[in-house]
Design a protein around this ligand. Structure first.
Ligand code: SF4
Ligand code: SF4
Length: 382
C-alpha cells in the first residue's frame, strides 16, 4: 500500500526519461499485470493553463510521451486529458495541449488527446462531502486512469502532486462551484481526497525533474530536483514527494485528510521505498507559498485566537493593474464571483474573498500577487 519507487532523472532527455518511466512501472509489476491488451487508459496530465513545458507549470511532454509509449508497448490505448482552468471546451483544450507540448506528443506517438467535453454526474459512495459530483466524461469511458502529476507548491493547498492533480477531472468552471461549496482548506482537502477515492488511479507518477517552489502552482520559481517518483497509492506518493521537497506533512491538508481516513501514514519510516532512498536525496527545502501561514496558525497562537487570526490576518490577492492585460480570466474563475472589471481592470470585493487564489493561479501574466497581512510578519516572523 505504501510502496514508492524513486528514480533519478536529471534532464528531459527522451532516452533518460523513457528509462526512468519504464523503471517506475517495472518496479510495481501489479500495475502491468492489470493493464490488459486494448485497455483504455486516461493519462491525466497536469495541464493547468497555457504554459510552455519550460515554465514547469504543466507535466513535461517528454514524461507524458514516455508513459504513452510504455502503455502502447503493452497494447493499451492511452489518451491524454485534463480539464484545465477556464471553460472546458475544444478551443481552450486545443490551446492548452499545443502550448504544453501535448499536441506534439500525440503527433509523434499516435495517441489520442481528449476533446470530448461532455460532463457526467456520478455518485461517489466513499465521499465525505459531495456524494454526487460532476466530472469529465472521459474518466468514465476509460478502463484506468494514471495520474501524471507535477511536483509544485500551491497557494491554497501548500503542495500539489498526485492527488491534487485529479481536481482536473472536475469540468472547467464547475471547479469554481466546488471551490465555493468547500470554501476552506480543510473542506477542500476532503473534497480532493473524495475525488481521488472516486477516480482511484491505477498508478501515479510525479514529474519532479523540474518542480516549482514559492508561489505555485503557476507563479512560483522553477526548481530542479532531478527525480521521477511513482506509486499505486497517490497519497503515499504525495507523502514521499513532499518529504523530498522538504514540506512539513502537517502543512498539507490533503495529506492530513488522507491520513485521518487511513489512506496513508505521515510516518516516512512506513513508506517502502525502492530505487533511490531518502538518505541519498539532497534537496534544499522548497520555498513555501506566500499564503501559507494564514491557513496553519494551529499551535502558533492560543487556541481561542485561531479563528480570529485566520479570519482577520489572512493573505490576500493583490491585482497589479500595470501588468494586467484585462483578459478577465480571474473574473471568470473567481468562485464567489466577487471580481468586477472597472476600466478593463479587475477589482475584487475582498470582504467576500474566500482566499482560494484561483485568480493568482490562473492569471496568464502573473498580475495577481499574494500579499501577507503585516501582522503575519510580527506573529510568525516570515
Ligand atoms: S489580473 Fe490577470 S487574469 Fe485578471 S484580467 Fe488581469 S491579466 Fe487577466
Ligand atoms: S478574489 Fe481571487 S482569491 Fe478571492 S475568491 Fe476570487 S479568485 Fe479566490
Amino acid at each position: 500500500m505504501n510502496k514508492i519507487h524513486i528514480t533519478r532523472c536529471e534532464e528531459y532527455d527522451y532516452a533518460m526519461v523513457e528509462k526512468a518511466v519504464a523503471e517506475c512501472f517495472d518496479a510495481v509489476p501489479e500495475v502491468k499485470a492489470k493493464l490488459f491488451k486494448g485497455a483504455k487508459v486516461l493519462v491525466k496530465t497536469n495541464l493547468l493553463m497555457r504554459k510552455s513545458p519550460e515554465e514547469a507549470v504543466t507535466t513535461h511532454p517528454v514524461v507524458i510521451e514516455a508513459i504513452v509509449r510504455y502503455l502502447q508497448a503493452l497494447d493499451c490505448q492511452p489518451i491524454i486529458g485534463d480539464s484545465p482552468g477556464g471553460p472546458f471546451n475544444e478551443w481552450n483544450l486545443k490551446g492548452v495541449y499545443k502550448a504544453a507540448g501535448m499536441t506534439a506528443v500525440a503527433e509523434k506517438t499516435g495517441c489520442g488527446l481528449n476533446y470530448d467535453t461532455s460532463v457526467v454526474e456520478v455518485h461517489n459512495e466513499k465521499a465525505k462531502l459531495l456524494k454526487t459530483m460532476q466530472i469529465i466524461k472521459i474518466v468514465q469511458d476509460v478502463d484506468f486512469v494514471i495520474s501524471a502529476a507535477k511536483l509544485k507548491t500551491h497557494g491554497m493547498m501548500t503542495y500539489t502532486g498526485a492527488v491534487k492533480n485529479l481536481f482536473g477531472v472536475i469540468p472547467g468552471i464547475i471547479k469554481a462551484d466546488y471551490h465555493l461549496k468547500m470554501n476552506n482548506t480543510e473542506n477542500f482537502a476532503e473534497h480532493l481526497v473524495d475525488i481521488c477515492e472516486y477516480v482511484n488511479p491505477i498508478f501515479s507518477i510525479i514529474d519532479a525533474v523540474d518542480g516549482m517552489e514559492g508561489d505555485g502552482p503557476s507563479s512560483g520559481i522553477k526548481r530542479h530536483v532531478g527525480l521521477l517518483m511513482a506509486s499505486t497509492n497517490p497519497h503515499a506518493l504525495d507523502v514521499a514527494a513532499s518529504k523530498v521537497a522538504g514540506i512539513n506533512h502537517a502543512l498539507i491538508p490533503t495529506l492530513v485528510a488522507a491520513e485521518n481516513r487511513g489512506l496513508t501514514s505521515s510516518d516516512h519510516a512506513k513508506l517502502e521505498i525502492s530505487g533511490v532512498g531518502f538518505d541519498q536525496i539532497e534537496v534544499e527545502p522548497f520555498k513555501l507559498p506566500t499564503s501559507i501561514n494564514v491557513n496553519f496558525v494551529g499551535g502558533r497562537v492560543p487556541k481561542f485566537m485561531e479563528k480570529f487570526v485566520i479570519n482577520n490576518f489572512r493573505s490576500q490577492p493583490v491585482f497589479n493593474h500595470e501588468k494586467c492585460i484585462g483578459c478577465e480570466d480571474c473574473k471568470r474563475s473567481c468562485p464567489p464571483d466577487i471580481i468586477k472589471m472597472e476600466n478593463g481592470r479587475p477589482v475584487p470585493d475582498l470582504n467576500k474573498c474566500i482566499r482560494c487564489f484561483c485568480c493568482h493561479e490562473l492569471c496568464p501574466v502573473k498580475a495577481v500577487d499574494i500579499k501577507k497581512h503585516w501582522l503575519h510578519e510580527k506573529l510568525f516572523g516570515q
